[in-house]
Design a protein around this ligand. Structure first.
Ligand code: DAH
Length: 339
């Protein structure tokens, strides 16, 4: 007759084998398959259980039965534990796959920043937009008409020689050029927009100049144009003063000095300074000449206006105390990174 020991050895053996393969099942699906192999129909343990009836010794049968039940319980517990482990692992793999990368801001360290001229350009726009102006831009390649004639500088007008002009080989000789100032955008705005006009026009301009500490052949200006009924020189002076305080700070003031420009009459030059500083010459301004209004399709008997224009590079240079304009365009990172 066989004792309980033989049965128990076979159960222990089956349990060990089952545990080892449950432990090594790497995913939920193979765990379920392995669990079924060792605890389902056709498994060693279930086979032993159905053979219990053939054990004649009651005590041996009982002991064997208990051992099988214990083994089954241990396996069930292990399956449950492995299942929850594998499910958690699968969930975190899925979560990792779906996760969004929110670390983008870390790359800011290597991001650049706007050039000081661009910074000044954008701040100027902001200040004027805050005062109710709209922003306009015109072409860099212009006609002689927009750059000169419409601005009260007909062919052979002496003021033309003050603008060292770069011409473009296009159309009739001398008819096309790189704009020497942003003033031609005044004409385009008058021709295209409805009245009244409150506009600023920033942009790149070109002159046949040799680069030195205070001149570049390519630089930037911002133009202003106001056309409405009843506009006077007082509006011009008030606007310049309001702009000066908004842009430079409330301790700054402006002054106008008589000057001559063909496109304005009267004309003035305007300077700004802080309460204890030196006067900085910023640009020109004046009441829009009736001939200019007419060229823009505006009736000077009904409307009046003022205009102004000044250099953006000059402002950036003053603001950041740059000694030589050429440094601003050398693309030397040692310079650029200072701002
Ligand atoms: N266009 C002039 C220049 O480049 C600047 C200027 C002066 C613009 C007077 C104006 C103005 O609109 O009224 O030197």
């Amino acid at each position: 007759m066989s004792g309980a020991g033989d049965h128990v050895d076979r159960i222990t053996e089956a349990l060990k084998t089952a545990m080892a393969s449950l432990e090594s099942a790497g995913d939920v699906e193979s765990l379920r398959r392995v669990a079924n192999e060792h605890t389902g129909k056709g498994s060693v343990l279930v086979g032993l259980k159905s053979a219990l009836g053939s054990i004649s010794d009651v005590e041996v049968r009982k002991a064997t039965g208990r051992a099988i039940n214990d083994a089954m319980q241990s396996l069930d517990a292990l399956v449950a534990e492995r299942l929850s482990h594998l499910e958690r692992a699968a969930a975190s793999v899925a979560a990792a796959g779906e996760a969004m990368d929110l670390t983008e801001h870390l790359s800011r360290r290597s991001r650049g920043h706007a050039h000081i001229v661009t910074q000044a350009w954008e701040r100027l726009e902001d200040v004027f937009v805050g005062m109710g102006f709209k922003v306009a831009e015109g072409p860099e390649v212009e006609t002689d008409f927009h750059n000169f004639t419409a601005l009260n500088m007909p062919p052979n007008h002496p003021a033309r020689s003050g603008f060292d002009t770069l011409f473009v080989k296009y159309g009739d000789a001398g008819s096309t050029l790189l704009r020497t100032h942003t003033s031609p955008v005044q004409i385009r705005v008058m021709q295209e927009w409805d009245l009244p006009i409150y506009a600023v026009m920033p942009g790149r301009v070109f002159r046949r100049d040799t680069p030195d500490a205070t001149h570049m052949p390519v630089f930037h200006q911002i133009e202003g144009l106001v056309i409405d009924k009843g506009i006077t020189f007082a509006h011009l002076a008030g606007t310049i003063e309001a702009f000066t305080k908004a842009f430079f700070g409330s301790d700054f003031t402006s002054r106008l000095r008589p000057n001559y420009f063909p496109f304005t009459e009267p004309s003035a030059e305007f300077d700004v300074r802080s309460s204890n500083g030196k006067w900085i010459e910023l640009g020109g301004c004046g009441m829009v000449h009736p001939n200019v209004l007419r060229a823009g399709g505006v009736d000077p008997e009904v409307y009046t206006g003022f205009a102004f224009g000044f250099g953006i590079d000059r402002m950036a240079k003053e603001r950041h105390d740059v000694a030589d304009l050429r440094d601003m365009y050398a693309n030397d990172l040692r310079f650029v990174r200072q701002f």
